[in-house]
Design a protein around this ligand. Structure first.
Ligand code: FAQ
Length: 318
């Protein structure tokens, strides 16, 4: 390569050629910092995202629904672990990441600060929240950082099962009694707008987008993803026979896409600032689980130490 290029220029050329950046490769500090921010926020979202649904494991209406929900919540825990591992390849350790979450320094997705009031909410989360998550994550399978892209491939496979199980819950309820259909409508009314907010602020109000798109950390903008999500979801709502709570939602023949109403960004920023309906409850639950799990971490460190000493004494004998 021509040595007249700076390190940054060479890095950008690799990105432009769609080469994956790996953990040991040189990268600009700001690229590393942006990735740590985004991937750890994503990991925290998966872990905090277990809470609203786990609330319903003991109340699932049948053994099959209970098994599927248990598996889903466990999958989310697994996604968090892959993503924490991917973040650690960037030179930060897990304790620091957890500390950032617990002290409110690191964000997690706004969506998990809303309550799950009925069983239909579990269907709505699968359909809308996992649906929105996949829309974003399929694009992230092509993100420029190798460990993140590879984690995304596996996560997407599992998320699509989650989306289907959520939709199946709603489909079953919509074929049931009037009261069940009303529960679905009520849940969708509450989850629709927060799901659209998951994609983040509009492009013109998104401070990180331009650079993240240039570095191909993000492959599509917040608004592009949100539009794709609306276009994919409206026909699914029609199959359910429910309405979406937006009087301005209308197919635009000219654009070949749906127009939709304005998002309440005040609500979004309030939730992100810690003032959503469940922010305090969610963080308190995470901190409690972490403290109560201290003995497991201590036991596994002690076990690893014991194994290491055993190995060292075997080597010494040999
Ligand atoms: N919530 O400049 P941008 C899931 C913040 S996984 C809270 O546009 P960026 C699975 C943003 O951090 C869901 N904060 O930022 C599941 C930034 O603040 P900062 C999570 C948000 O990073 C399903 C500021 O606003 N998915 O659901 C949100 O370029 C069911 C300005 O925003 C991911 O994390 C928000 N919604 O774009 C689990 C995907 N949106 O950090 C359980 C990976 C924005 O500068 C059950 N992340 N902010 O202080 C991404 O794709 C991006 O980070 C975006 C935000 C698109 C979320």
């Amino acid at each position: 390569m021509d040595s007249t290029y700076s390190m940054e220029e060479r890095f950008q050329l690799r990105i432009d050629k769609e080469e994956k950046i790996e953990a040991r490769d040189w990268m600009p500090d700001a690229y590393r910092k942006t990735l740590i921010r985004q991937v750890s926020q994503h990991a925290h979202s998966e872990i905090v995202g277990m809470l609203p649904e786990s609330n319903w494991i003991t109340r699932a209406p049948s053994i099959k629904r209970k098994l599927a929900l248990l598996a889903k919540v466990q999958d989310e825990g697994g996604h968090g672990l892959y993503l924490y591992s991917a973040t650690e390849t960037l030179g930060i350790n897990r304790d620091e990441l957890i500390e950032q979450l617990h002290t409110g320094k690191a964000k997690y997705s706004s969506i998990f600060n809303y309550p799950t009031l009925s069983w239909a909410d579990i269907g709505a989360i699968g359909w809308l929240v996992d649906g929105a998550a996949i829309m974003n994550q399929v694009a992230l399978c092509r993100t420029s950082y190798g460990p993140y892209a590879r984690a995304m491939v596996r996560i997407c496979k599992e998320e699509s099962f989650h989306q289907r199980q959520g939709y199946d819950i709603l489909l079953t309820m919509c074929k049931g009694s009037e009261a069940q259909k009303e529960m679905v409508q009520d849940a969708v009314n509450r989850w629709w707008w927060p799901s659209l907010m998951m994609f983040g602020p509009n492009d013109d109000a998104s401070p990180n987008s331009a650079q993240s798109l240039k570095w191909k950390i993000k492959r599509l903008s917040n608004d592009e993803l949100r539009q794709r999500f609306v276009d994919a979801t409206v026909p699914q709502a029609e199959i359910l026979g429910i309405s979406l709570p937006d009087p301005l939602l209308k197919y635009n023949e000219k654009r070949g896409q749906y127009d939709f109403g304005p998002i309440d960004w005040d609500e979004f920023f309030q939730v992100v600032a810690g003032n959503g309906p469940c922010n305090k409850e969610r963080l308190a639950a995470r901190v409690k689980a972490h403290e109560e799990g201290a003995w497991v971490r201590e036991a596994s460190v002690a076990y690893a130490e014991k194994q290491k000493n055993r190995l060292l004494s075997d080597v010494a004998v040999a």
